[in-house]
Design a protein around this ligand. Structure first.
Ligand code: FES
Length: 576
């Protein structure tokens, strides 16, 4: 800690026009909580408390805070916990994504406004980790991500179940009238067996693995379940490490480099991770002045096999991944594909951490590169006249028979239209049609909700249809599966070609050619654009106004334009 005037409680003094008085007053107030001068002279480690009664995914926050504080004090620092917004998927209307950027602003500004030399950020549920990494990247402090950890799996009539792939599977059975009211009510008690994040490779688990791959957690920080001793040890280590980072001024810009994002994208592909991971990584990279090169990401996908056998792409749950050695096992297997010189929060490189993790042991969750779950990365990037700015498909969770397909468009104008008609017996739809849902993009819904997982129309579900090609400008939960094209850019609400798809148009999906095309001539599309001008959504006041006026498209991470770095200085991943 070199310059005492800019560290600890002296940092970021409130403006009263007299810095001596500002510090005197600050100390007087904090002493009201019983602190001594000796305590107040130590490196200050902020702890972002995102505990909330509305967020059971963060239900272990009190225990985590206690463990982080213990670590900070063991290392000679002063822990100071403080709240920020907390976001849970099921308690955020209209959608959690609408609030992610707000949480990132809250995180950034509280990290700037309050005196701290380093910060430990407790996050877990889908949008919280990206929001915290975005905010911390902009604030520029030494920062560690502490993941809350996954929930335990439950048991329904002797079958192992967990949120939320099994939530969707059982709901699908109920919709198809394969199970009755009593059974759907019984399984509702078992899907979430403890506090913690969803137990499959959904967005929360994906972001946990990405955070570790970025070097932003202590080694082994991604996988311990929320209610385990391992998770509490990770919290204690995070506290110890934060003090070390404060002393060494190991700021976040030294960790979130192009190489770190390269590693995170490798991991995203190899875990069969959530498609949301791309949007969040794009947003975090944007805060660091880096553009995500979707074409390079697709090339990376072609030589990155899916190795982690977790639902929804595979069989297991997050706690099994932890028992199999967690991220150390995966990183060891991916080593030839990683940028090993990338720095982590320990001050050591990722390569050094892989060496320190030892030789590994026999297990059946992380496969070897010569015997993968899926030969290519889980996510493919599509292009074509329907998505000039790109679209994606999670091919590892798609039906191989539908990945090369031409079909007739069955169009829903927005989410309400779909809700009203999807289960109607009158809906003109067949199993080889393509469902198109418009206006669920960043501005359209707004907030780009996870409504891209369009349900199978009831009459097809009852006839035994399990999958159908679906296309939208929205997102999909990481726990969902199916042949589903997402993030169509530009979105329908700002006049993207998706806005002008008509019922009965032919659409071609070719994952092998990375193509999503509307088989309608350019002249016809231009005529439709003139005949059907779109009304871009607006709002009169408040956060919604800010959101609609400044939110970017999926290829910019759906961040607000004024929150991205002022200058873009590079791109990632870097594929030779
Ligand atoms: Fe929080 Fe799934 S709802 S992680």
């Amino acid at each position: 800690m070199s310059d005492k005037s800019s560290t600890g409680l002296r940092k970021g003094l409130t403006s009263y026009g007299d810095s001596g008085f500002s510090l005197f007053l600050r100390k007087a107030f904090i002493k009201g909580a019983g602190y001594t001068d000796s305590a107040l002279d130590r490196p200050v480690v902020g702890i972002v408390n995102t505990g909330s009664a509305y967020n059971p995914c963060h239900g272990n926050a009190p225990q985590l805070i206690e463990a982080v504080k213990r670590g900070v004090m063991l290392a000679g620092g002063l822990p100071m916990d403080f709240p920020t917004i907390s976001i849970h998927e099921s308690f955020s209307s209209p959608t959690s994504m609408y609030l992610r950027n707000l949480m990132s602003m809250d995180t950034e500004e509280m990290l700037r406004a309050q005196p701290m030399d380093a910060v430990v950020m407790i996050g877990g549920c889908d949008k919280t980790v990206p929001a915290q990494l975005m905010g911390a990247a902009s604030a520029g402090l030494p920062a560690i991500q502490l993941i809350t950890g996954s929930m335990l799996t439950g048991s329904h009539r002797s079958e192992r179940v967990g949120a939320c792939t099994d939530c969707r599977r059982y709901w699908g059975k109920f919709r198809a009238e394969e199970i009755d009211e009593q059974e759907i009510s019984d399984v509702n008690n078992q899907l979430v067996a403890s506090v913690g994040t969803c137990s499959v490779m959904g967005t929360a688990s994906t972001m946990a693995c990405i955070a570790e791959a970025l070097g932003m957690t202590v080694p082994g920080g991604a996988t311990p379940p929320a209610v385990t001793a391992d998770r509490m040890r990770v919290a204690e280590q995070s506290g110890v490490q934060a003090v070390k980072m404060a002393r060494e001024r190991l700021t976040i810009d030294k960790i979130l480099t192009p190489d770190a994002f390269h590693n995170a994208m490798r991991v995203l592909l190899a875990i069969g991770g959530s498609t949301n991971g791309i949007i969040h990584l794009t947003a975090i990279a944007g805060r660091c002045g880096l553009e995500v090169d979707l074409k390079a990401l697709d090339r990376m996908g072609r030589d990155t096999p899916v190795l982690v056998d977790l639902k929804p792409s595979g069989q297991h749950y997050m706690e099994d991944f932890h028992h199999a050695g967690g991220m150390a096992t995966l990183l060891r297997e991916l080593k030839p594909l990683l940028k090993l010189d990338a720095l982590t929060v320990t001050g050591r490189t990722l390569g050094e951490e892989i060496e320190l993790s030892g030789a590994g042991f026999a297990q059946d969750v992380v496969k070897t590169r010569d015997r993968p779950i899926y030969p290519q990365g889980g996510i493919a990037v599509l292009e074509g006249n329907l998505a000039p700015g790109g679209a994606i498909i999670k091919q590892s969770a798609a039906n191989p028979e539908l990945m090369e397909h031409v079909g007739r468009a069955v169009v829903f104008e927005n989410a309400d239209d779909m809700a009203q008609r999807i289960d109607s017996d009158d809906l003109d739809v067949a199993a080889d049609d393509i469902l198109v849902l418009k206006n669920i993009g960043p501005k359209g819904a707004p907030g780009m909700p996870e409504a891209g997982y369009i349900p199978i129309p009831k009459k097809l579900a009852k006839a035994g249809v399990k999958d159908i090609v679906r296309i939208s400008d929205g997102r999909m939960s990481g726990t969902a599966f199916g042949t589903i094209v997402l993030h169509v850019t530009p979105e329908a609400a700002i006049g993207g070609p998706l806005a002008h798809v008509h019922n009965g148009d032919q659409i071609r999906l070719s994952v092998s050619n990375r193509e999503i095309s509307l088989l309608v001539s350019n002249e016809e599309l231009a005529q439709r654009a003139r005949d059907e001008p779109v009304q871009v959504p607006t709002a009169g006041r408040g956060y919604r106004k800010l959101f609609l006026e400044t939110v970017t498209q999926a290829d910019k991470g759906v961040d607000f334009d004024f929150l991205r770095a002022e200058h873009i200085t590079g791109s990632t991943p870097t594929m030779e």
